[in-house]
Design a protein around this ligand. Structure first.
Ligand code: TK8
Length: 358
């Protein structure tokens, strides 16, 4: 049976359907892999509190439930994970700070706001660098990426695994966007676009002639609703599951950045766990990450179709149109590649190239 239906009554979008109605408006999601592996010896009961930015219908939440199930099953119920979705405990930046002080055990930010801890992560923010999911997965599994996770040691945050937030797409409430000129507005004002709290993203939207405003994700819906910003950019799955389509009429399939998520645990919490529990948490994080990447891929086109059905006007861009965006953001490379490290950027470009020719 469908994993979602087994777990709980989950729906995408705003409507909660009651039983008897068609309530599973979800893509045909894969079940997670069977949980196997030996039961871990009793090292006491542990409850982990995990805060998430996204909604219950997101791949982030669904794969976190799987993470919780693995821990629970392999400890015969001794490790429990309580998940708090929807940015209810705070946004990515706040939750990372809570992990540092030990007031929250786990969270799961985008890599972009984590560049404050590990600068090299900004390589993922370079526009149009990783064109396919295959290239992105290879980049996330590279030794260079593992070094980025290791570099969190001593910050108060332990980074366990990369997983997928996804390819970012532009949405706005003002006009159809097919070119950088549409973003900048020729005789009308440029679009005001919310960005993540990350300097490369700010540079991207400045280069495109927008009026960018960094803002916490949890404030974004009401900022768009009240017209504080015209638009934002996130994967289709988020635009759907966070109900952004209710306040955004236009979408453009720009795929301008692939954003990873990073599963994190507080170093304090980590240090308090028995080594066997640590091993299990690490293993489960990697398994849940794989499952999330798969769910995320399954969501992509489906979420876009759902958004169209719900009245959003979505524009696909052809190669020439994408090339115009790529050209406009070239200054971002000139400014940021030397700061991030030319070698690292070249390594990721190499990964991207080889994924194209495969
Ligand atoms: C969720 C965020 C979000 C990100 C953003 O916590 O802020 O736009 O893409 O999904 O990590």
């Amino acid at each position: 049976m469908h994993y979602l239906l087994k777990r709980t009554l989950l729906v995408t979008g705003a409507t909660l359907f009651s039983s008897g109605m068609v309530y599973a408006q979800t893509p045909d999601l894969s079940d997670p892999p069977e949980i196997d592996g030996a039961t871990v010896e009793d090292h006491g009961s542990v409850t982990l509190r995990m805060g998430l930015g996204l909604a219950e219908s997101s791949p982030q939440y669904i794969s976190s439930r799987y993470f919780a199930d693995i821990l629970n099953q392999r400890t015969e119920g001794r490790i429990n994970v309580n998940i708090f979705p929807n940015s209810q405990l705070g946004d990515d930046v706040q939750m990372m700070e809570m992990l540092q002080t030990g007031t929250l055990d786990m969270t799961y930010p985008s890599s972009s706001p984590a560049t404050g801890y590990v600068e090299e992560l900004a390589v993922f923010d370079l526009p149009f660098l990783l064109p396919t999911r295959e290239a992105a997965i290879e980049a996330m599994r590279s030794d260079a990426a593992q070094e980025m996770l290791d570099a969190f040691d001593g910050t108060g945050l332990k980074a366990l695994a990369f997983s997928e937030n996804g390819f970012r797409q532009l949405s706005n409430s003002v006009r159809e966007v097919t070119s950088p000129e549409d973003v900048a507005g020729m005789d009308v004002r440029g679009l005001s676009i919310r960005t993540m709290e990350n300097p490369v993203h700010l540079a991207i939207w400045e280069a495109l002639g927008a009026n960018p405003t960094p803002m916490a994700f949890g404030e974004l819906f009401s900022a768009m609703e009240q017209g504080v910003v015209d638009g934002q950019e996130n994967p289709w799955s988020t635009i759907l599951t966070s109900n952004f389509y209710e306040v955004q009429d236009y979408g453009s399939e720009t795929r301008h950045v692939y954003t990873p998520f990073i599963k994190m645990i507080s170093e304090r919490t980590w240090d308090s766990l028995a080594p066997e529990y640590q091993e299990l948490v690490q293993e489960a994080a990697l398994q849940a990450a794989d499952y999330e990447i798969q769910l995320s891929a399954e969501y992509d086109d489906w979420a876009r179709e759902q958004l169209e059905e719900r009245g959003m006007q979505i524009t696909r861009l052809d190669d020439e149109q994408i090339a115009a965006f790529q050209e406009a953001v070239q200054p971002v490379y000139d400014e940021w590649a030397p700061r991030i490290g030319e070698d690292l950027v070249a390594e990721f470009q190499q990964i991207a190239e080889s994924s194209k020719t495969e």
